[in-house]
Write a protein that binds this ligand. Structure first.
Ligand code: KGJ
Ligand code: KGJ
Length: 464
């Protein structure tokens, strides 16, 4: 059983039962629009141009998957990646030519069902979708000036969106029949825990994420009281899958919240899943980092609705949301100094974009929570409301935003992200910073921080 079992051109059209009604995605409206505007010919032409670039596009995607495979110790071989990516590429072109998304939807459903049947997650398959999508988008963007480039990019987006949505929906539907709503099994560990064989047992209830759509507003709920909503790979995969689904449902605003009644909004990165020395604990492909990017690039506003305490990487998650609405129970702490963990530069940039340097330093150096009123004073929180009004206030605000132009909001959000995310740093400076960080995560203090958490005692740091 490989990550991609169940996928292949031969099986296209075999179909799965239980297709949710109305899930035709881009195809109907867009195909109709293309027919009436006479653009179908141009899209078909573009698909022929892309077919000519198959070797390059597939090569780039496979190279990206190879990097990912090494970083995450995934099982599939490069040949399996290549075959899968080639098939996926063929499906995307077929969808473009035919002006419909059914081929990719059917095939994604089969893949998800096969993965579920084998008791495996869909992270690797989703990685292949992302790698090919990126390579294809680059190819389209690099193609000689063409009036239909933007439309083609839109179609590529819609086709991949439909495929990923079908993948996530099928998998989650099967998982929820077994475990309850939107539960997803943990993805393979990126950290050293898996490598050393001391992976902690999964929580009894499993990491749980729920998603629902109310009108034009999507609500994602973290509901793992047992682990205090710690952002394990499983939890993160659930939220990313939920965001994928909301994206395909074209919600205009998303709300990220903890389940009612929880005192901890989220305990941050799952500390048991942090690598035990020798590897960057917050590497680019760390699940939490993937989640932060998914929120920051989600093409609609994401509101963090905060009741309860927010810890470590969960604070980064809150800051990555577009607005924060909180009640008086909310507290915020950033705690890598409790673990001896060198925070990553991208993460520090998130803080620098939102808070003054002296407060950032106080928070990182003390690891102490700030309360809701101080967080409001420092503009972390847009609105501080009564606990009883938190949900209604947030949903009202979301509904107001949802009545505004989604395209204007998406593009303004993306412009702000690009303007605030990118900081030109000389290669030498970046390497120096990585070297300094490496010294910290290779240190015995970092191991002591992890051990102390596991043993439920205060750490004793020696600075070595
Ligand atoms: N990771 C893994 N497991 C966690 C985490 C976590 N972050 N937080 C809590 N748990 C687990 C505990 O180990 C317990 O497991 C269970 O959740 C309940 O926690 O012993 P078990 O039952 O097997 P606990 O501590 O009994 O609950 P409370 O007394 O209600 O306290 C809740 C707290 C959130 C205050 C407390 O659990 C806590 O301090 N957790 C760690 C918070 C933290 O520092 N998180 C930041 C992690 N670091 C980062 O995110 C990053 C990116 N960083 O750079 O540092
Ligand atoms: N542009 C052109 N005409 C305007 C504008 C405007 N921004 N604002 C008002 N008018 C005209 C109305 O069409 C009326 O013309 C007259 O001024 C009085 O307006 O029907 P007419 O008599 O020929 P109105 O609405 O009867 O006056 P009030 O009831 O006193 O209301 C005033 C308001 C300022 C509240 C209202 O006119 C209004 O909401 N205007 C639009 C405000 C707005 O959204 N402006 C932002 C425009 N956009 C931008 O600047 C940018 C750069 N952008 O990115 O969006």
């Amino acid at each position: 059983m490989t990550a991609y079992s169940g996928f292949g051109p031969a099986r296209i059209g075999a179909g799965l039962a239980n297709r949710p009604p109305g899930r035709t995605g881009w195809n109907v409206a867009s195909a109709r629009r293309a027919e009436t505007t006479g653009n179908r010919g141009a899209v078909v032409e573009m698909s022929a141009v892309l077919a000519g670039a198959q070797d390059r596009v597939v090569g780039e995607a496979v190279a990206a998957l190879e990097l990912r495979r090494h970083a995450r110790r995934e099982a599939s071989s490069p040949d399996e990646h290549r075959t899968y990516v080639q098939n996926l590429f063929g499906l995307v072109l077929q969808c473009m030519r035919e002006g419909r998304t059914e081929p990719i939807i059917e095939s994604s459903r089969q893949t998800a069902a096969a993965r579920f049947a084998a008791d495996s997650d869909i992270a690797e398959v989703r990685g292949a979708f992302n790698a090919l999508e990126e390579a294809l988008r680059r190819q389209v963007a690099d193609s000689p000036a063409d009036d239909h480039r933007i439309e083609t990019l839109g179609l590529v987006n819609a086709i991949f969106g439909a495929g990923k949505d079908a993948l996530a929906r099928t998998y989650l539907a099967l998982a929820s029949q077994r475990d309850g709503p939107l539960a997803e099994p943990p993805a393979p560990h990126e950290g050293g825990a898996a490598a050393t064989g001391d992976t902690p047992p999964a929580a009894a209830a499993g990491p749980a994420v729920r998603a629902e759509v109310r009108g034009k507003v999507g609500v994602i709920t973290l509901d793992d009281e047992h682990r205090r909503n710690a952002l394990s790979a499983g939890m993160v995969n659930g939220v990313i899958a939920a965001l994928d689904r909301l994206r395909t449902e074209k919600v205009r605003v998303a709300v990220l919240r903890a389940a009612a009644g929880l005192r901890v909004w989220s305990a941050g990165h799952d500390i048991h899943e942090l690598p035990k020395g020798g590897r960057d604990p917050l590497a680019y492909n760390d699940p939490l980092e993937q989640l932060l990017r998914a929120v920051r690039t989600f093409p609609a506003p994401v509101i963090a609705m905060v009741h309860g305490s927010v810890w470590g990487g969960a604070f980064d998650l809150v800051l990555s949301c577009d607005l924060v609405i909180a009640d008086e129970t909310a507290t915020f702490a950033i705690t890598p100094a409790n673990l001896g963990l060198p925070y990553n530069t991208t993460g520090l940039l998130h803080f620098l974009g939102r808070l003054p340097g002296n407060l950032i330093k106080e928070m990182f150096f003390t690891a102490a929570p700030i309360d809701a009123s101080r967080a409001t004073e420092w503009l972390v929180v847009n609105h501080l409301v009564e606990p009883a009004e938190l949900e209604e206030f947030t949903l009202d605000l979301a509904a107001t935003m949802a009545s505004k132009s989604p395209m204007a909001m998406a593009v303004i959000k993306e412009q702000l992200r690009v303007l605030t995310d990118y900081q030109p740093v000389a290669a030498q400076v970046s390497e120096r910073i990585q070297g300094l960080r490496r010294e910290a995560y290779d240190s015995s203090d970092y191991l002591e921080g992890l051990r102390a958490f596991a043993e439920k005692r205060p750490p004793v740091f020696r600075g070595i």
